[in-house]
Design a binder for this molecule. Structure first.
Ligand SMILES: *[C@@H]1O[C@H](CO)[C@@H](O)[C@H](O)[C@H]1NC(C)=O
Ligand SMILES: *[C@@H]1O[C@H](CO)[C@@H](O)[C@H](O)[C@H]1NC(C)=O
Ligand SMILES: *[C@@H]1O[C@H](CO)[C@@H](O)[C@H](O)[C@H]1NC(C)=O
Length: 406
């Protein structure tokens, strides 16, 4: 009993300190009542300013936000239900599999063994997928499925080809079923900084997660940061803003394989690629989509910096758990230079809000994107998928058995 009471009192005391320090940090007055008034005045003054719309969006997002249940990868479970919904009524027939067979690599699980087409378009990507399936095999029923290892999804809602195909990323225009990208384990993009691919997520997670906790918010450079190649002109306004206002933004283009001259980096020489760790030194980080979703997103969220996520079309399985204005600042894909500047300045002027969103983003990824969550997602996905098959798959003699390499 005595122990419980002590814990209780300590908790109350800590809450008291926390409350007082958060009040004190937002006003100049020492007196508590003046301080409250000062806060109210500050916010009502802002009521008529350009920032009011953002404060309103944040207020609304907070009101409708329900934190997800973090046990057994439940934060992502709705994504599986949504992606499989279209097959629910009639199930998945052999015919549907035949429809899409040419769009990816065929896999079978028969009596707890894994089989695959002899060749895989991107062997490292197949290996990154198989890694997660091996450990699940003892608990998986018989099934067959087609995995697309390309970057781009395959089943456009309007093309008329229809059937189940697993892809790592999609936009709302596609029926593809999302699976956790190979790059959680291997086969991630290679850039000059990571010539053998970006490497395993579990080691990045530990390193960046630690760095995110150890780098204090106030020590971060108060600028918006971006490095990446010019895969689309969507990134131009930020890079141009950086040239005009280097005190607010540091955004530069790097080379990619297609680079021929400075014209490909918007008429200035390419900048060096920058490690994820280096990103963490900046307070505000920009995430643009790549060919499909960007592999960068989950990494930079672990910096515990504020992430500006541009565009909302391209998804990976864990994106829906991240909510705009709660875990990141959403930015429209067509945002102008002026719009970007206003949004960045809004966060600069609301440091407490920026910090809170940065911490929320970190926590969601840290707590719900562990290797065991990825594995848990694969398990739920395959079990629910297998239930939809309307036939009993038999071993396809053209496939080869894939065994775990030790
Ligand atoms: C999460 O869901 C499980 C199963 O429904 C439940 O036992 C658990 O109490 C829930 N956790 C929270 C924090 O709500
Ligand atoms: C970082 O801090 C959070 C919150 O205190 C904690 O849950 C998490 O385990 C820490 N991460 C690391 C890598 O220590
Ligand atoms: C930008 O895109 C949004 C949809 O994301 C659209 O509503 C808006 O009209 C577009 N704005 C401009 C200037 O094109």
């Amino acid at each position: 009993m005595g122990k419980i009471n002590t814990h209780f009192l300590v908790t109350i005391y800590l809450l008291y300190i926390l409350f007082n320090s958060s009040v004190a940090s937002t006003c100049t007055s020492q007196d508590e009542q003046n301080c409250e008034e000062e806060k109210i005045n500050k916010y009502s003054m802002e009521a008529n300013t350009k920032y009011q719309k953002y404060l309103q969006l944040i207020k609304e997002a907070k009101e409708s936000y329900k934190p997800c249940n973090e046990t057994k990868c439940r934060c992502h479970a709705q994504v599986i239900a949504n992606d499989l919904q279209v097959f629910k009524k009639n199930g998945i027939s052999k015919k549907l599999i035949e429809n899409v067979k040419s769009k990816g690599t065929k896999y079978q699980i028969i009596v707890n063994k894994l089989y695959r087409d002899k060749s895989c378009m991107f062997p490292a990507r197949c290996a990154g997928i198989e890694h997660f399936i091996f450990d699940l095999l003892p608990k998986l029923p018989n099934m067959e499925f087609i995995v697309n290892t390309r970057d781009w999804p395959q089943i456009h809602k309007q093309y008329g080809i229809f059937g189940p195909i697993f892809s790592f990323s999609k936009s709302p225009d596609y029926h593809d079923i999302m699976y956790p990208a190979w790059s959680f384990w291997e086969g991630g993009p290679a850039i000059s900084l990571y010539p053998r691919g970006i490497g395993r997520w579990d080691s990045h997670r530990k390193k960046l997660g630690k760095l995110g906790n150890e780098t204090s918010w106030n020590e971060k450079i108060p600028k918006a940061f971006f490095r990446g190649s010019r895969t689309s002109a969507e990134r131009d306004p930020l890079v141009l803003l950086s040239r005009e206002k280097p005190e607010l933004v540091n955004a530069q283009y790097t080379k990619n394989q297609a680079w021929k001259s400075d014209a490909d980096t918007l008429h200035v020489p390419p900048a060096k690629e920058v490690s994820f760790e280096e990103h963490c030194k900046y307070k505000y980080l920009f995430n643009f989509r790549g060919v499909a979703a960007s592999f960068r997103f989950k990494h930079i969220l672990l910096c515990k910096s504020l992430v500006f996520h541009v565009g909302n079309e391209w998804l990976e399985f864990f994106y829906p758990a991240l909510k705009p204005w709660i875990h990141y600042i959403p930015v429209e894909a067509n945002a102008s230079k002026q719009k970007l500047e206003e949004l960045i300045e809004f966060t600069v002027h609301h440091d407490d809000i920026a910090r809170e969103i940065a911490e929320n983003g970190y926590n969601l990824i840290w707590n719900n994107l562990r290797m065991k969550d990825v594995s848990c997602y694969w398990s739920k996905l395959l079990k629910r998928y297998a239930k939809l098959l309307t036939y009993e798959p038999v071993l396809d003699a053209t496939l080869i058995e894939i065994k775990k390499k030790y």
